[in-house]
Design a protein around this ligand. Structure first.
Ligand code: S3P
Length: 460
């Protein structure tokens, strides 16, 4: 690719704004919490709202930096996303193909999901837009998105390595495509399906490994037909027929299981704890962590299971438990891909070895999450071996020394996982920077301290 060559200078968290924290061993965590809305669904509600004709309303939207970046992009493209307070938003959609060329580059901050899904949306619009992000997002691979979207007729200009900043010129109209996912990525699947909405005919994504299906579920809620069939070798075909019209709807966003994981795992590890997380989305393609923890001996129960807006929801209760190490099935990785750092913390408190493999994708998340998780556990005094595709954690039955300092590497989930370790370790754990937690879970510290956690800013 050729084109804009200057590195992105949009890091929303310059080093001078680093927020070091200390998480200290604490007494039992108790209480009921409602963690914020699901991040994946919040991005999709804004994007599909922008593509519908008329006003979509959303309740429970996650108001984190990542999602606010998507709301800003949607507004910059001419579909107003308006904050009505307390997680209620309105989006005035302009219809598929109706988005306007933005005046400025679209800044997605730290958010891979917002950036990659929006590339899919704009690949089907006859406009040009430049995508930028912070230092972490500017390192992440975009070729996985630009490859299929180029096959659909979109054009991209950017650095040779396929990273941001990238300028996209959409196709008018894009060509329908049948595309086999080379990596198990819901972001790639979603980008192709969203571009397919503008294509004359059927666009099909073939998934050798199933990934989260919120795009499919939400498209149906907006009145678009999405067919999913299982073919030979368990390959799923997901099909959309383009040039449809999306009908505005109301999206009620349940709580994010990836955020609920932090207070729930903390409850498993801190003696005497009993925590209830309310209204958590438990779509089976997202809930892998909870099954794995149960297999490790965790006292986790789903209560009040129900369905809202096309997604399964439950209240999840976790009580202090003695955990044992297991071999985590690699085929379930996609259903818990964001939960490995906190699972690794749980494994460090278990008795025996926990083997986590098949995790190559973790190397291209907000940080290299295999290396970052291994370094975090080592700083906390846990025994861990790094593998190319995962790690093996050897727990000593409920005890780790803590006392270390963790570098979070612009990764919110490493920061929150290290905090969980510090609450249950023998000595406090410090982190260099909690600022990135605001990308997914701005109220994390308040919510955790409300349960009895000891987390405080330090001087570094
Ligand atoms: C997401 C998909 C996952 C996940 C990310 C959110 C989504 O990424 O890690 O946090 O909303 O589609 P990949 O699909 O690239 O694995």
């Amino acid at each position: 690719m050729t084109g804009p060559s200057s590195p992105s200078s949009t890091a929303s968290h310059p080093a001078s704004a680093a927020q070091p924290w200390r998480a200290s061993p604490c007494a039992a965590l108790t209480g009921a919490v409602r963690v914020p809305g699901d991040k994946s669904m919040s991005h999709r509600a804004l994007l599909l709202g922008a593509l519908a004709v008329g006003r979509t309303t959303v309740s429970g939207l996650l108001e984190s930096e990542d999602v606010i970046a998507t709301a800003g992009a949607v507004t910059a493209l001419g579909a107003r996303a308006v904050d009505r307070g307390e997680g209620n938003w309105e989006i005035d959609g302009v219809g598929i193909g109706g988005l306007a060329e933005p005046q400025q580059a679209l800044d997605f901050g730290n958010s891979g999901t917002g950036c990659r899904l929006m590339m899919g949306v704009l690949a089907g619009h006859p406009i040009t837009a430049t995508f930028i992000g912070d230092a972490s997002l500017s390192r992440r691979p975009m070729k996985r998105i630009t490859d299929p979207l180029s096959q659909m007729g979109a054009r991209f200009a950017g650095p040779e390595g396929g990273t941001l900043p990238i300028t996209l010129t959409g196709a008018n109209p894009p060509l329908p495509l049948t595309y086999t996912l080379p990596v198990a990525s819901a972001q790639v699947k979603s980008a192709v399906l969203l571009a397919g909405l503008s294509a004359p005919g059927q666009t099909t994504v073939l998934e050798p490994v199933r990934t989260r299906d919120h795009t499919e579920n939400m498209l149906r809620a907006f009145g678009c037909e999405v067919a999913v069939d299982e073919g030979p070798h368990g390959i799923h075909a997901v099909r959309v027929t383009g040039e449809c019209e999306l009908t505005p709807t109301h999206v009620d966003v349940p709580a994010d299981p990836s955020s609920a994981a932090f207070p729930l795992v903390a409850a498993l590890l801190v003696e005497g704890s009993d925590v209830l997380a309310r209204d958590v989305m438990v779509n089976p393609l997202r809930a892998g962590l909870f099954s794995v923890l149960k297999e490790m001996g965790a006292d986790i129960t789903f209560e009040n299971e129900r369905e809202t807006g096309g997604e399964r929801v439950a209240d999840i209760r976790a009580r202090f438990s003695s955990l044992k190490g297991i071999v985590v099935p690699p085929e379930g990785a996609a259903s818990m891909i964001d939960e490995y750092p906190v699972l690794a913390v749980a494994a460090a408190f278990a008795e025996g070895k926990t083997v986590m493999r098949g995790l190559e994708e973790l190397r291209v998340k907000e940080s290299d999450r295999i290396s970052a998780t291994v370094a975090m556990l080592e700083a906390c005094g846990a025994e861990v071996e790094e593998l190319e595709d995962g790690m093996i954690v050897t727990g000593r039955g409920g005890r780790i020394s803590g006392g270390g300092h963790v570098l979070t590497g612009m990764d919110h989930r490493i920061a929150m996982s290290a905090v969980v370790a510090g609450l249950a370790a023998e000595n406090a754990v410090t982190i260099d920077d909690a600022a990135m937690i605001a990308t997914s879970f701005p109220a994390f510290r308040d919510l955790m301290t409300g349960l009895g956690a000891q987390i405080a800013p330090t001087n570094g």
